[in-house]
Design a protein around this ligand. Structure first.
Ligand SMILES: [Zn+2]
Length: 496
């Protein structure tokens, strides 16, 4: 995510241009009735769940999967007991009724003998759940969808769960910390950005970056609108009966918060970067004047990062500007989303650096968020220097000049706090940490480290201790004191 600090000015400017956006003119949903076999959203579990349906001896060892993936700061995010390999999301959305309906097919592998398991899903009416084609029992409680298959699933077995659901998506609104995120209806469609845990507002998922998966999307919208998702279009969009289906495929592992189905009226520009990589830029028509620049700068930045960080990890680059005034940008895999403002070079450089730091390499725990945001912030400084503006050294000292009692020093960026996840320290002091490291180990070791970090953990999950260990190995220096002062101490570091 681009820091709110960066995006605020642009958003304010936009708001003054647009005035108030979008009253909610909403017809009741269509007359299609959805058999509410089970509970609807936010009900509590009505009775004991997961009573064993099979009495075989093996089932006696089966246990429910945990309701969280094990991130202590976000205890109910994600789920335990399985690992998702692939999502197939066949979804239709109608802006006039704000109705989302369809099915999610999830292919996963059990990591324990499962009597039941959870998915994360917020809102909607679930009409049917099957596991390997057989009807399964399901219960709702808050954002947890608990699925009890007819037979338990042995450890290490692969299985496919299919969930049919429909309803009006409700984004997460939590302005004190994260703003509005998830599936956000707009005047002409939807703006969909999930960080940190908004995937659950539009599809059932293991909603935590520690479980990455491949994705196929089949998105059906009223003809005339464009549905954009991650990765590449598969075939031409097909229009039948006034509705158009767009098929997209992201064939590289992706964290759930990076998935998108942003849709609406868009002007699209497609081609290749000077370096030969596919490039797609799309803007809401009110940002018509920004399309060419978004396309050009995104291409230039992606090519430059490929020389500095190593080969681009995905099959295309680009960016999308929509009209929802989110006040932030998000680094959605292959298609960063800019919420209601035409991004400047620094934000484009930031979001595209995330394709390496955050998207290809994902964090295992949210407290390590500086591995995403510190790196993307430092990338802004590298781009500034590359373009002949302020140097990284100048930008480091400008920020280091903050008084000893400035807020940035009282927040240790190496432990991002769940109640203040996107604090400026995670960004700016995180970026300063990398510059302090660079000063200490020298340019050859520093840039070798960046490339080796990216190559070693490509498409994987990372932690701060792993980064520190690699920095020490490549530099041959003990860096404990440096990282302790810059990442883990709530006061202004005196040396680097
Ligand atoms: Zn960011």
């Amino acid at each position: 995510m681009a820091s709110k600090r960066l995006a605020t000015t642009a958003t304010a400017a936009l708001l003054s241009t647009l005035g108030t956006i979008g009253t909610v003119a909403c017809a009741a949903s269509s007359g299609e009735s959805v058999p509410a076999v089970n509970s609807t959203a936010n009900s509590t579990v009505s009775g004991p769940s997961a009573s064993p349906l099979s009495s075989s001896a093996a089932d006696n060892r089966a246990r429910p999967g945990a309701p969280g993936i094990g991130d202590p700061d976000f205890p109910t995010d994600g789920n335990g007991g399985y690992d998702v390999d692939h999502y197939l999301l066949k979804l239709g959305y109608t802006p006039s009724s704000k109705r989302l309906a369809g099915t999610a097919r999830i292919e996963a592998r059990a990591t324990q003998h499962l009597a039941s398991f959870n998915l994360d899903l917020s809102g909607f009416t679930v009409s049917r759940v099957t596991v390997d084609g057989r009807p399964a029992r399901f219960d709702r409680a808050g954002s947890e969808l608990t699925v009890t298959p007819a037979e338990s699933i042995p450890d290490d077995a692969t299985f496919a769960v299919e969930v049919a659901y429909a309803g009006e998506p409700k984004p997460v609104r939590n302005s004190s910390n994260l703003g509005t995120y998830g599936f956000i209806p707009t005047r002409d469609g939807a703006f969909v950005t999930g960080q940190p845990n908004g995937a659950k507002t539009w599809f059932p998922s293991n909603d935590h970056p520690a479980d990455k998966a491949r994705y196929d999307f089949e998105l059906t919208v009223p003809a005339g609108l464009t549905a954009l998702a991650n990765g590449e279009l598969v075939g031409e969009p097909r229009t039948v009966g006034g509705r158009t289906t767009f098929r997209w495929r992201e064939s590289h592992p992706m964290a759930s918060y990076l998935a998108t189905m942003t849709l609406g009226r868009f002007e699209v520009l497609q081609g290749k970067t000077p370096g030969g990589l596919k490039n797609l830029a799309a803007v809401d028509p009110i940002f018509h004047g920004s399309l060419r620049r978004l396309y050009d700068v995104s291409g230039k930045v992606t090519d430059y990062w490929s020389t500095l960080f190593g080969p681009y990890p995905f099959s295309s680059t680009g960016g999308v500007v929509d009209d929802f005034p989110a006040g932030y940008a998000l680094e959605n895999q292959t298609k960063p989303m800019y919420g209601g403002f035409a991004p400047d070079d620094d934000i484009i450089a930031h979001e595209l650096a995330h394709q390496w730091f955050g998207d290809s390499l994902s964090i295992k725990r949210w407290k390590d968020l500086w591995l995403n945001e510190g790196f993307a912030t430092y990338a802004e400084w590298l781009w500034s220097e590359h373009e002949g503006r302020s140097t990284t050294e100048q930008l480091f000292h400008r920020n280091y000049a903050a008084a000893a009692d400035a807020p940035i020093w009282s927040y240790a960026p190496g432990r991002a706090r769940p109640e203040d996840l996107f604090n400026n320290s995670v960004y700016t002091r995180g970026g300063m940490t990398l510059h302090a490291l660079r000063q200490r180990i020298g340019d050859p070791a520093f840039f070798k480290l960046l490339k080796q970090w990216v190559a070693t953990h490509k498409y994987g999950s990372v932690t701060t201790p792993e980064f520190i260990a690699m920095a020490e190995k490549i530099s041959g220096k003990n860096l404990e004191a440096l990282f302790d002062a810059w990442l883990f101490t709530a006061e202004k570091p005196s040396t680097w």
